[in-house]
Design a protein around this ligand. Structure first.
Ligand code: HEC
Ligand code: HEC
Length: 457
C-alpha cells in the first residue's frame, strides 16, 4: 500500500470510528429518551404514587351507602365507574378504575387520583390515554368519598359545576394558600376563589404543536413546573415537591409523545377534499394547516372577536396570579433564560384540530355537543343531557361528537345535585354556548364537507 493510500485508509477508518461512536452515543440518547418517556407514562397513572391518599381504602368500599341503595351492587367496580364517569383501566390497577390508584399515606393505604382521572377517556368504545375525560363526575367523586370517611374534609370551592368539566383554577388556589413562595407549608393565606368555572381538559396530543398551552394560552407549553401544582397536598414537604421535577420532565416527554387517535369509521374522501378547501379559506388562519405542510399559528383570539363564555378567560389575574408568579413554580428558567410566568390573556387559544373527532363536547367549557354545533351557532341546544356512556352507539358520526337529548328546561332544586349536574344548562354562568360564529355563513353542504375533512385530521 502506498503512503497516500495508507493515510486515506487511515482517515476513512478514523471517520468510520467517529460515525460508530456518534451512532452509539445517539443510540444511548435514544434509549435514555425512551426510558424517560416510559417513566412519564407510568408516573401519570401514579406509578410510583406522587401524592398521599385523601381517603382510606374503606371510603372506596363503603361509598355506595351514599347512593341511596339498600345493598352493595353486585358488580361494584362497574357501578362505581358508572356513577363517577370513570373507565376500566387498560393496565393492572389493583381493581381501581383508570385515574385512581392505591397510594400509601402516613397511616394507611387509600385511593388517590392521578393525571388520568381527567386526562384519559373513552369515545366510541375506545379507551384513549391523553383524551380529556368528558364523562367525569368529579364533584360527586370527591364529595361522596370524603363523606364516606370518619373525619371531616371541607373544600371551600366546587370541583365541578356540570358533569364532564372541571374547575381548573380553584383547586390550585386552595393548595397554594398552604404554601409560601418557596413552597414551604404554612398556615393558609387568603387568596381569591372564583365562581362558575367549567373547563373540558384539552387532549394531550395537542401539546407538541403548541407554544402556549391551556385554553387561554396563558402558560408556556414548555413549562414543567406548572403541572407540579398537582403535588401540593399539604402532606408533601417543599423538598419532596421540588425533588419531583425530573419526574415531571419525564411526564412532559411522555405527553409530547402521545399521538392523536385515527377516526375509526368510514370517511367520504371526495367530500373531505372539498372540505379541505372550505377549511383553508375559513378556518386555517386560526386553527392552522394540516397534511404535507403543517403549520400552527398558536393564536389567542380576543373575547370580543370570539364571543365564547368569558368566565374562564377572566378568572386568572389579580392577587392569585401575583401569588403564583412569585412562587417557585414560576421561577423555572424558560428558553430565553427568563422565568416562565403565567400570563393573563383576555381570550382563548384556537386549538389544533388533530383528532378533534374524539374530543367532544367542544369549546373550553364543553358547551357544544358536536362539531356541527360549533359550525352553526343557531342550531346549538340550550339545555341538554347525554347518556355519559362512551360506546359506539353514543357517538354521533354525522355531526361528529356526543349524542344528546335536548330538554325544555333544566331540572330544579328538588332533583339531587348529582342528577342536575348531568344537564348542561347554557343559560348558567360559565356555561354559555355563544360565540365562535365563524361557521355561520357556511352552507349546509360546506359544513358537511368541513366535518368530513376534520375526520381526516
Ligand atoms: C381534576 C382534573 C385534572 C387532573 C387530575 C389533571 N389535569 Fe391537567 N388539565 C385539566 C384541565 C381542566 C386542563 C385545562 C385547564 C384550562 O386551560 O382550563 C388541564 C390542562 C393540562 C395541560 C395543558 C394541555 C394543553 O394542551 O393546553 C397539561 C399538559 C396537563 N393538564 C397535564 C397534567 C398532568 C401532567 C397531570 C397530573 C400530574 C394533570 N394534568 C392532572 C384537568 C386535570
Ligand atoms: C378567528 C379565529 C377562528 C376562526 C376563523 C375559526 N376558529 Fe374555531 N376556534 C377558535 C377558538 C379561539 C376556539 C376556542 C374557543 C373556546 O374554547 O372558547 C375555537 C374552537 C373550535 C373548535 C372546538 C375545539 C375544541 O376542542 O373544543 C372547533 C371544532 C373549531 N373551532 C372549528 C373551526 C372551523 C371548522 C372553522 C372554520 C369554519 C373555525 N373553527 C374558524 C378560533 C377560530
Amino acid at each position: 500500500m502506498s503512503r497516500q493510500a495508507a493515510s486515506v485508509a487511515g482517515i476513512m477508518l478514523f471517520t468510520l470510528t467517529l460515525f460508530a461512536v456518534a451512532a452509539a452515543l445517539h443510540g444511548a440518547d435514544g434509549a435514555a429518551e425512551r426510558a424517560r418517556i416510559e417513566q412519564g407514562r407510568l408516573a401519570v397513572r401514579g406509578r410510583p404514587a406522587l401524592n398521599p391518599p385523601i381517603w382510606p381504602m374503606a371510603a372506596y368500599e363503603n361509598v355506595w351507602k351514599r347512593w341511596g341503595l339498600k345493598e352493595k351492587p353486585a358488580n361494584y367496580a362497574a357501578a362505581f365507574r358508572d356513577r363517577y364517569g370513570l373507565h376500566a383501566a387498560p393496565y393492572d390497577n389493583d381493581g381501581l378504575p383508570m385515574g385512581l390508584h392505591v397510594a400509601q399515606g402516613p397511616f394507611a393505604k387509600g385511593p388517590m387520583n392521578d393525571c388520568l382521572l381527567c386526562h384519559a377517556g373513552r369515545v366510541a368504545g375506545q379507551t384513549i390515554i391523553g383524551l380529556g375525560n368528558s364523562a367525569l363526575e368529579l364533584q360527586g367523586l370527591y364529595e361522596e368519598l370524603s363523606a364516606a370517611t370518619t373525619y371531616t374534609i371541607n373544600f371551600p370551592f366546587r370541583f365541578s359545576a356540570v358533569r364532564g368539566t372541571v374547575d381548573p383554577v380553584n383547586p390550585a388556589v386552595f393548595l397554594m394558600t398552604f404554601r409560601d413562595p418557596d413552597l414551604n407549608v404554612q398556615a393558609p393565606v387568603e387568596l381569591d376563589y372564583v365562581s362558575d368555572l367549567a373547563s373540558d381538559p384539552p387532549a394531550w396530543w395537542l401539546l407538541k404543536k403548541k407554544k402556549t398551552r391551556n385554553w387561554t394560552g396563558g402558560v408556556a407549553a414548555g413549562s414543567i413546573r406548572i403541572d407540579m401544582v398537582n403535588l401540593l397536598s399539604p402532606l408533601n414537604s417543599a423538598e419532596h415537591v421540588k425533588k419531583q421535577e425530573s419526574v415531571f420532565a419525564a411526564i412532559h416527554a411522555f405527553i409530547l409523545n402521545v399521538d392523536s387517535p385515527k377516526y375509526p369509521f368510514a370517511i367520504d374522501e371526495r367530500l373531505a377534499v372539498n372540505g379541505r378547501q372550505v377549511f383553508e379559506q375559513n378556518c386555517a388562519r386560526c386553527h392552522g394547516a394540516y397534511g404535507a405542510k403543517p403549520s400552527y399559528p398558536d393564536k389567542v383570539v380576543p373575547l370580543e372577536t370570539l364571543g365564547t363564555d368569558p368566565k374562564l378567560a377572566t378568572s386568572i389575574g389579580g392577587k392569585n396570579l401575583k401569588y403564583i408568579n412569585a412562587s417557585w413554580l414560576a421561577r423555572e428558567p424558560g428558553p430565553d433564560g427568563k422565568p416562565i410566568q403565567v400570563v393573563e390573556r383576555d381570550g382563548y387559544q384556537a386549538p389544533p384540530l388533530d383528532g378533534v373527532w374524539a374530543t367532544a363536547p367542544y369549546f373550553h367549557n364543553g358547551s357544544a355537543p358536536t362539531v356541527y354545533h360549533v359550525l352553526n351557532s343557531k342550531a346549538r341546544p340550550k339545555v341538554f343531557t347525554r347518556s355519559y356512556r362512551t360506546e359506539i352507539e353514543d357517538y354521533d358520526q354525522a355531526r361528529l361528537g356526543v349524542k344528546v337529548t335536548v330538554l325544555d328546561k333544566a331540572p330544579g332544586g328538588e332533583t339531587p345535585a348529582i342528577e342536575r349536574r348531568k344537564v348542561y344548562d347554557t343559560t348558567r354562568s360559565g356555561q354559555s354556548n355563544a360565540g365562535h360564529n365563524f361557521g355561520d355563513a357556511l352552507t349546509e353542504e360546506e359544513r358537511a364537507a368541513v366535518i368530513e375533512y376534520l375526520k381526516t385530521l
